[in-house]
Design a binder for this molecule. Sequence first.
Ligand code: ADQ
Length: 493
Amino acid sequence: ALSAKHVREKQRLLVVANRLPVSATRKGESSWALELSAGGLVSALLGVRQFETRWIGWPGVNVQDDKGQKSLSSALEEKGFIPVFLDEETVDQYYNGYCNNVLWPLFHYIGLQQEDRLAATRSLQSQFSAYKRANRLFAEVVLSQYQDGDVVWCHDYHLMFLPKFLKEANSRMKLGWFLHTPFPSSEIYRTLPLRSELLKAVLTADLIGFHTYDYARHFVSACTRILGLEGTPEGVEDQGKLTRVAAFPIGIDSERFIKALETDMVRSHIQKLRGRFAGRKVMLGVDRLDMIKGIPQKLLAFEKFLEESPEWQDKVLLVQIAVPTRTDVHEYQRLTSQVHEIVGRINGRFGTLGTVPIHHLVVMQDRSLEFHELCALYAITDVLLVTSLRDGMNLVSYEYVACQNTKKGVLILSEFAGAAQSLGAGAILINPWNISEVAASIEDALTMKEVERKERHRHNFMHVTTHTAQVWADTFVSELNDTIVEAELRTLR
Ligand code: ADQ
């Protein structure tokens, strides 16, 4: 135990994810502006302080000249970030193509339209090659940074080949892989043309983590049904070698939100928002503009609610914050127009000269929503609406709960978000495809008695403040260490 503690104190954690948690903008030939960027993984790992963490990932810009690469590398390295440079062609084939057009929809049970699916099938082989090539580039950078005793934690569906490439180069590396999305039922997963190679590559990791027990179970069945391996309560066994598979539900840095609420900046913003929305109940949605988030479904449910409850028409508003992502992908452009059209229709139907029922705010880089503004919004909101059609976890619901200790607002949460398994007892769970059910839940949430709101909130707040990002990372990395120790013991025996 002593040596384990000793190791842990000195331990370096190499976090490898597709994107570095910064956006870099070139200001001159060799000068860069860096800005911390939004996203679930970023928010979670910001809370991890017990390791000396280094990030390895793509900086999100195309820099091909030597001077640019060198200057960006040194600007990033000062902050503990190591860049993996990808050229435009690779980004298009690997990131937009295989990751976002093949794996992302498949893992979220989203059927592409027939024509897109056919197009995707035609380019699959070249995209898959680019995917492997990109994973190799990541592996090279990790190997150049790796020191004995480091723990390597690979993240997400972008890097399913990374464990294999790393283990081939160094079989003693402590290596974990965590999936931030759902892992789909094996019946869905097995439609993927190159299904076996991916599974085998991931299985070279020492520890594989998912947000929920269900995702872990789906993964184990995919391994048993597609690869013919043995599934055990511990994980997947291949000729005596066990790869541990388990659920590690992510959390947030709840303290960061709770403390922010005490600051003057957030307080004065809260006052401002209260004034602006006086006399009306505020409902809120905060989502990346992604088809998994069920934004059209949310809007249609809100429309139905307004239709059926005319007495609420000038007493409630929905603030929908949309963060555009993957704007190069066709499906996302289609979604954006669809959302704009529905918002326009509803505001036209139920708006007055003075006000509209939906405040739809598209957050761009030049119009970003600052952290203190987000906290203030969470704090003044009466009802948060999460209608994801599938969502690995959904951290927005956690952040909302963390900011609601005064108001004790209601969380309406899709049963298809991983968070439904942890916040289910305090939230109103809904099936986002059932518009009438969601509309009825809106009414229930808006009229819920204080005693019930308090009780539901107490449950969720307790969960969010105890199952934090720190606990998540610590649990994962500790278990990763133990797994290795066991493996080494076996070889010693
Ligand atoms: P996301 O799909 O991005 O994450 P989510 O978990 O809700 O979804 O996280 C979004 C994060 O972005 C939140 O922390 C939120 O505060 C932040 N955010 C939103 N708008 C912002 C803005 N304008 N500026 C700054 N930050 C903003 C993926 C999976 C999820 C999974 C997470 C973590 O899809 O299911 O929960 O990873 O594993």
